[in-house]
Each structure stands twice: as structure tokens, then as C-alpha cells.
Ligand binder design. Structure first.
Ligand SMILES: Cc1cc2nc3c(=O)[nH]c(=O)nc-3n(C[C@H](O)[C@H](O)[C@H](O)COP(=O)(O)OP(=O)(O)OC[C@H]3O[C@@H](n4cnc5c(N)ncnc54)[C@H](O)[C@@H]3O)c2cc1C
Length: 358
């Protein structure tokens, strides 16, 4: 045990959540006060949050921080208390009484809803559930994803959307040597999906994915990338965004150059196709219990440079599909006994300190 210094009492801190936020908090506290006692509570049987169950199974290198977390966890004054859901198994008030400080590092666990008619249809899921399923997260392991349809749509154009697209379009041989869960590999081996649409409400310059992720989509052995020349035409504000000279723009320029290379009809014989579509917002999902079609409204961009928003044009397009995965961001979930701002999906706080109910 570390010894007490300057007669100051041991500080005893509880951290809720064993993802990166929880572990880096523990690291910072140990650096500031090596004699501090830390109990880290985790609701799942195993630690590391989304580094374990979010990061794509074919991106093993990105899981390297786990080595550091294991080092932090080996500190004599560190306890991991797994399989305990704070707010359910253990009231937050009880923790507050027994610790000098309680740190909430519980992540944002649910996918944002699209809030459109038909979202309840079978075949419509959040990317959160799909990612959890292929990563073996206990909450999602038993979910069933019907991969028997030819067309799938992913709504959203961030890196999570690209991860999901890659998993749907890689061959079993490409996936076999990754960290993918066995049940997901078996199901994907039977997949009949041939066409994946990756749809964004704004244009190619505003898409959130990084160049590295986009590049990987161009390198798949059995899937060709495609874009539409018409949707790559930029308005003056988007041209100005692309002409900026900051580091974020360099990535956007590379994205745009890559996308333009795939705007011609390809003669590829690859059996799968991933089509990036821009300036489309889903407004309605259709089907009789099972999802069959998605109606999109075409958008145009409006507003000043770097703050452009998508505005519906009143033109519509319908795409057939049996599987839709929405990947439009994450939303926190409330914890009993802790204030919660349900509109923003966050714990209200001022510079990290939780604000009281009133
Ligand atoms: C699909 C996906 C891919 C990603 N890929 C990358 C990537 O390649 N590179 C990158 O840098 N970032 C990536 N990220 C982002 C990164 O994973 C997150 O930013 C990071 O994990 C957030 O850390 P966190 O500690 O806040 O939350 P989390 O990692 O979500 O950890 C929160 C932990 O708290 C636990 N918890 C929740 N509620 C309770 C409770 N009541 N009691 C006890 N425990 C609780 C949860 O079980 C979880 O273990 C990805 C995210 C996703 C979703």
C-alpha cells in the first residue's frame, strides 16, 4: 500500500464507467495523488467500454490503449468492481456518502433516433445495436439482424457508419482474422446483401468520415465504391469550405478527390457495391411490419460557409431496402438519482461539475 503523505487523509474516489474516460480519470488522479484509493464501477462483466465493444473488430491497433488501462488497473490502490450498475444495483446517494468524490464516466449508450414514421418496423435498427452485436456486447449479442435482403441503407456518414458499411461488405475471409464475434461471423457468412447505400443529409464536403476510413472502403476485395457525379457538384459556400487552409480541410480535400474518382459507372465485377449518397434526409420508412422502402427528401444547403445546414427541396426519392441502420450520433441515458437533460442527452454540468436538479 502507498503510504500517507503530510498527514493528509487518503482520498477515496468512485469512478462510474470503465471506458477511456474512466481510466484516464484514474490515471490523472494517481498522478496528482499517488496515495488515492480508486474504486471503478462497471455495469458489464468486463471493462474498457467502447474500446472493447465499439471500435471496429478489424481495427485491432486502435484497441492498444487497453494495454495502458491494464497498467492503470494494476495500481495497488485501484479496484475494479464489475457487474454493478450504479443507479440500479447501487444508489448513487450511497456512493456519495462513502466517497470523497464520485466521477460519472458512463459514456453515451444509446443511438439517436431519426424520429420519423416507420422507425418501429422490423429491419430498422440503430448502428449502436449492430456494432454491439458484431462486437459481442452482452446487451446486443442476442439481437437478430435479417441479412437476407439485397439492399441495406446506412443513414449517417461518420466513421461509425463507415465501420458498419465495411463489416457488411467485407468477405468472411476478410473478417475471419479480426476480433469479430463468432455469431456475427456466422450470420454474415450467409448475408445476401449486395448493395449498401451510405446516405448523408449534407454534401460531400460536410461528411464527417475521415480520409483513412474512406480509403479503406476503396480497398475492399469484394465491394466497389460508387458516388454520383451530380451529388458531388459544390455550391459556392462548399467550394469556400474546401479552399480553407486548416488541417481538417486537408482531410476533406482528400475525401473529395477520392469521391470524385468513384463518380463514374464502374465495370467492376465485384459482387458488392457501396454507394455514397449525399443531400438526402430519410422522412418515412415503409413496409408492412417488415421494412421495404425508405422515402428520402432531397436537400440543398443553405447558410454561411462552414455553417451550412440541409433544407428540404420538396423532391422525393424512394429506395428499396430490407435493412436500415441509423448512425446519426449517440445520446446519453439517464441514471436514477442524477440530474439529466433529456433534450441534449447529457448530465447538466458546469466545467464537469454536476449541476443540481434545481
Ligand atoms: C462504433 C464505434 C467505433 C469507434 N471507433 C473509434 C476509433 O476507432 N477510435 C477512437 O478514438 N474512438 C472511437 N470511438 C469512440 C470511442 O469509443 C468513445 O469516444 C469512447 O469509448 C468514449 O469513452 P467513455 O469512457 O466516455 O465511454 P464508454 O467507452 O462508452 O464507456 C462507458 C462505460 O460505462 C459503463 N456504464 C454505463 N452505465 C453504467 C452504470 N450505470 N454503472 C456502471 N457502469 C456503467 C459502460 O458499460 C461502459 O463500459 C468509437 C465509438 C463507436 C461507438
Amino acid at each position: 500500500m502507498a503510504s500517507q503523505t503530510n498527514n493528509t487523509p487518503h482520498l477515496h474516489v468512485a469512478i462510474i464507467g470503465s471506458g477511456p474516460a474512466g481510466f484516464y480519470t484514474a490515471q490523472a488522479l494517481f498522478r496528482a495523488r499517488p496515495d488515492i484509493q480508486i474504486d471503478l464501477y462497471e455495469r458489464l462483466p468486463s471493462p474498457f467500454g467502447l474500446v472493447r465493444s465499439g471500435v471496429a473488430p478489424d481495427h485491432q491497433k486502435l484497441k492498444r490503449p487497453i494495454q495502458l488501462y491494464e497498467q492503470i488497473a494494476s495500481h495497488t490502490n485501484f479496484n475494479l468492481i464489475a457487474n454493478v450498475t450504479v443507479g440500479v444495483d447501487l444508489p448513487i446517494a450511497a456512493l456519495s456518502q462513502h466517497y470523497h468524490a464520485v466521477v460519472l464516466a458512463k459514456g453515451t449508450e444509446s443511438g439517436r433516433l431519426m424520429n420519423i414514421p416507420g422507425e418501429h418496423l422490423s429491419g430498422c435498427h440503430s448502428a449502436t445495436a449492430f456494432v454491439g452485436w458484431y462486437n459481442g456486447h452482452p446487451d446486443f449479442r442476442d439481437h437478430v439482424f435479417d441479412l437476407s435482403h439485397e439492399n441495406a441503407i446506412i443513414v449517417g456518414q461518420g466513421n461509425v457508419a463507415i465501420d458498419v458499411c465495411r463489416i457488411l461488405t467485407k468477405t468472411v475471409d476478410e473478417l475471419r482474422h479480426t476480433d469479430i464475434a463468432e455469431h456475427a461471423l456466422d450470420a454474415l457468412a450467409e448475408s445476401r446483401i449486395r448493395q449498401v447505400y451510405l446516405v448523408g443529409r449534407r454534401g460531400p464536403v460536410q461528411a464527417k468520415f475521415t480520409y483513412q476510413e474512406l480509403k479503406e472502403l476503396t480497398e475492399l476485395s469484394a465491394c466497389i465504391l460508387q458516388t454520383s457525379a451530380e451529388e458531388l457538384i459544390l455550391n459556392p459556400a462548399s467550394e469556400a469550405e474546401l479552399a480553407k487552409r486548416d488541417s481538417a480541410t486537408r482531410g476533406r480535400v482528400r475525401n473529395y478527390e477520392t469521391l470524385t474518382k468513384f463518380a463514374i459507372e464502374s465495370l467492376s465485377t465485384k459482387p458488392r457495391r457501396c454507394t455514397l449518397r449525399f443531400l438526402l434526409s430519410p422522412i418515412k420508412l415503409m413496409g408492412n411490419q417488415q421494412l421495404q422502402q425508405v422515402v428520402f427528401e432531397r436537400n440543398h444547403l443553405t447558410g454561411p460557409v462552414s455553417q451550412q445546414t440541409a433544407l428540404g427541396t420538396g423532391e422525393y426519392e424512394t429506395i428499396d431496402c430490407g435493412l436500415l441502420l441509423s448512425s446519426i450520433g449517440y445520446h446519453g441515458t439517464p441514471m436514477t438519482g442524477v440530474p439529466f437533460d433529456s433534450a441534449q442527452g447529457i448530465i447538466p454540468n458546469q466545467q464537469g461539475r454536476v449541476l443540481d436538479h434545481d
